[in-house]
Each structure stands twice: as C-alpha cells, then as structure tokens.
Ligand binder design. Structure first.
Ligand SMILES: Cc1cc2nc3c(=O)[nH]c(=O)nc-3n(C[C@H](O)[C@H](O)[C@H](O)COP(=O)(O)O)c2cc1C
Ligand code: SF4
Length: 440
C-alpha cells in the first residue's frame, strides 16, 4: 500500500535516516526551478488541504501576491483540537523532517521567509519532538541563513514553533493569526482573506500539517505520480484517524476513495463483540453523521462523502455501535462547541448554549417531541449566520443527527417521558406505603 506521509521506515524521525532515504533532495530540486513552477506542480497534483475544507493547495498558494513590499508568511496549522482528529501529531513524532522540508518548499513557492508552526498547547510531547527536529535541521544548515551555502541559493527561511493555549477556536485560520500576534483568539471577518491581509497585515498562507508534509514527495516524484493515487478529484492518501467502537483504533494512511467499511472492518479490526454499527461520523466531530445502515459503498474522499451527505473534514472517523446512546453523544458534542465558542456572534454564542440545554433536558427526561424540531430550528439559525465556521461545526452534528435518526430520537424522547411518569408513580406509591406503615 502506497504511503506518502508516514512511510514504514524505522527511525525516520532522525535526520540521518531521513536523509539516507532521500530526505532534503526535494528542496534542492525545487530550488532549481522557479516558484511559479512549484505552485503549478502542486496545483496540477490535485493536492487538497487536509485541515478540513479540502481546498486546492496550489490554488491557495497562487493567491499570494507576487509583488509586495511586505514580508510574506506561512503558518502551518497543527492546532488539531477537533474531537476525533489525532493525525498531525503522528507527523510531528514519526516524520518531522518531511514537514520541515515541505515548509521550505512551500515558503520558496509563496515567497515567505518565515514560517510559524502553530501547535496545540496540550501537545507537550510533540512540541518537544518537533523542536528537536527543527534544531537538528538548523544545526545541519538545512534551515535559516545557512541554507544559502548548503543549497547554493539566495533563498532562506526560518521556522518557529508557537504553542497554542488550549482554545479550539485558535485552529480557525484567522483566529490562529490573531493568537500568533498575541491577541485574543477571535476569528476575523473575511474578506479580506489571509493572502491579502494576514499575519500583521501581511500576505499569509495557512496550511494544515498533513497538507505541507505531502509537498516533498510531489516535487520528488512529479505531480503526475501524486495525481494517479486514489480518487482523481481528490488524489493522494489521507491519514484516517479511527476511534470509538473499533477493535484497533489508530491512524491509517490509505488512498483517498478507500471504502469506509474497508477502513472500519479490515484496518480497524471491526466492532468489538461483532455488534452492529449505529452511526459513523466520518471526518471529525463537526461533520454530518451517517447512519450505520447507510455506510455500505461510501468512499472516503471529499466528493464521495459530499454525495453521501457528509464531508471528509480531517478524516477522523468516529464509530458508534448499536448500544451507543446518541442523545448523550450529541449532548457531549454540543457541550464542546458551546464551551469553545469565542462568543463574538450572537447565533453561535447563544445558539450553542441552547442546543446543549435542550439535549441535556432530553437526557434528564424532561424533553418533548417539539424539542427535536426546536433543535433543528436553532441549528438552522446558527448555520450561515456567523463570522467563522465554528457555527456550522456546532450546527451540523445536531441538525443531521436529529434528522437522520428521527425515529431513534422520537423513541428516546417518549421513553424518557414514560420513564419519568413511571418514576413519579413509583415514588408516589412509595410515599403511600410509608404513610401506611406509619399508620400501623
Ligand atoms: C473552528 C475551526 C477549527 C479549526 N481547526 C483546525 C485545526 O486544528 N487544524 C487545521 O489544520 N485546520 C483547522 N481549521 C481549518 C483552518 O481554518 C484552515 O482552513 C486550514 O488550516 C487550512 O489548511 P488546509 O488548506 O491545508 O486544509 C479549523 C477551522 C475552524 C472553523
Ligand atoms: S461563529 Fe462562534 S466561534 Fe466563530 S466567531 Fe462567531 S462566536 Fe466566535
């Protein structure tokens, strides 16, 4: 099986091993071509962002202005806070030099001399490992001013790690830039887009860790090679993080277009106790869930998942078996987005709280059938009415889960209500018995 980002090479995280396996030759090759040629190759390769929206990477790079007096920046997004997503840290741990080499090539292509890798603050271990790899690359003259003599070039680039401080919203690109500038992590209104007005008002490109790690092999092997892997409209491989009710949770690098059932049953070892699947969220907790009885034939790439009524997101596959309480799952997801809302927009700030409240009311046995419609109405009022996509991230799981599992939720609501009535009658009887006992 073709692996691009996490090849099975022992100790690849070590600089010497990376170099022995062809490391840092792609940057040499890139520097012998023009930046426009590199952007053209990445565009033709069909590489699409792995940070959630699957946007064309080469096209994004082409938005950077060619002539400007201002410095340009690359931000590599390693915030990785989406529940169900845990793949970027694999790159920090097992192939950090491919990320560094990808950064050098990307910076050369867009004309940036500075790159910030924004890493989730809780990733202490991975921040250390990534910093070690950067230090080794500096010491070997592969990064910074020393690049000039190492590669006989005028180009050079510095790389810095910036630690996040525990806010999910700082993974959103404009919020990430505010955070880097030392401001509160509020998303910015777009336009202007980062390529025009990014970090400190300068042209900036933001890409996910996995996206950038794909760049060196594209330059080494040619765009045609990359474009021929997986699904033509979304080529390459994806690091699928599989969690939940599977026998072998983990990260599996597989070509785009791999069947969801193949990933769950063959790679992740199936469901414990051979139970049935009730629900799957295919791309991290913010993506629309799919019913377990509708996963047959679903392929894992942006276009196929769109056709199946969901989205690829970050490739974080969350599997739930038939015994899962979907109301509790949804309430937990709603609680997360409510907690992480930055509070700038009313529909998100208030709406996420209402979603959580309604779902918890249902769990407490105080919900009604009307609450199901209310959940969808609130979600619809959030969607499309906010500054950033956290609004959709909060609205989609609720809206689609309730719509797609309407029968399940209706049963739950009536069951909870019935249970409440039974409990009341029971406690009334108990009281009656106690009074009887006292009388005697
Ligand atoms: C609330 C929110 C959180 C996000 N978190 C991340 C994240 O942790 N990592 C990431 O790469 N992208 C995240 N994104 C997407 C980024 O805004 C941006 O689109 C992405 O980093 C671009 O990289 P790509 O083009 O390589 O996919 C998030 C978006 C939103 C709305
Ligand atoms: S949608 Fe939510 S998280 Fe995004 S800016 Fe508005 S309030 Fe903040």
């Amino acid at each position: 099986m073709q692996k691009i980002v996490l090849p099975d090479i022992p100790n690849l995280h070590q600089l010497e091993v990376y170099k022995q396996n062809g490391g840092y030759t792609a940057i040499k090759k890139a520097l012998s071509q023009s930046p426009d040629d590199i952007i053209d190759q990445v565009k033709r390769s069909g590489l699409r962002g792995r940070g959630g929206a699957a946007f064309s990477t080469g096209l994004k790079w082409s938005f950077m202005p060619k002539t400007t007096d201002k410095p340009k920046y690359l931000c590599v997004n390693g915030d990785e806070s989406e529940p169900g997503s845990f793949k970027d840290r694999q790159i920090f741990e097992f192939n950090p030099h491919q990320l560094i080499e990808g950064i050098l090539i990307s910076c050369y292509a867009i004309g940036a001399k500075t790159c910030y890798i924004y890493i989730r603050g809780e990733y202490h271990k991975w921040i250390k490992l990534m910093q070690k790899a950067i230090d080794d690359a500096y010491a070997d003259g592969l990064v910074g001013e020393a690049m000039k003599s190492t590669f006989s070039t005028e180009f050079y680039c510095d790389i810095y790690i910036h630690k996040g401080a525990g806010a999910y919203i700082c993974g959103e690109e404009s919020s990430l830039m505010n955070s880097l500038e030392g401001k509160r992590g509020y998303p910015r209104v777009k336009p202007p887009f980062p390529a025009q007005n990014g970090l400190w008002g300068c042209p900036t490109t933001i890409n996910n860790v996995e996206t950038i790690a794909n760049v060196p092999p594209i330059i080494s092997n040619g765009w045609e090679w990359f474009a021929s892997i997986g699904e033509p409209k979304h080529p390459g491989t994806i690091l699928f993080g599989v969690s939940g009710h599977v026998n072998k949770p983990g990260v599996y690098e597989l070509p785009t277009g791999t069947l969801l059932t193949d990933i769950i049953y063959n790679y992740a070892g199936g469901i414990p106790g051979n139970k049935k699947i009730l629900c799957v969220i295919p791309g991290g907790s913010s993506m629309p869930p799919i019913r377990g009885d509708q996963i047959e034939g679903v392929k894992m790439d942006a276009e196929s998942l769109k056709a199946a009524g969901s989205a690829i997101g970050t490739g974080g596959i969350i599997v739930m078996d038939e015994d899962t309480d979907l109301v509790k799952v949804l309430a937990r997801i709603a609680q997360f987005y409510h907690h992480e809302s930055c509070g700038q927009c009313t529909p998100c700030r208030e709406g996420t709280g209402w979603l959580e409240k309604i779902l918890k009311r249902i769990i407490a046995g105080k919900g009604s059938i009307n609450d199901l419609d209310l959940l969808i109405t609130v979600a619809n009022q959030i969607e499309g009415n906010t500054i950033c996509a956290l609004g959709e991230a909060a609205a989609w799981p609720v809206k689609f889960m309730v719509e797609r599992f309407r029968d399940y939720f209706e049963q739950k609501v009536s069951k909870e209500i019935n249970l409440e009535v039974v409990n009341k009658v029971h406690s009334m009887r108990q009281t009656a018995i106690t009074i009887e006992e006292i009388k005697h």
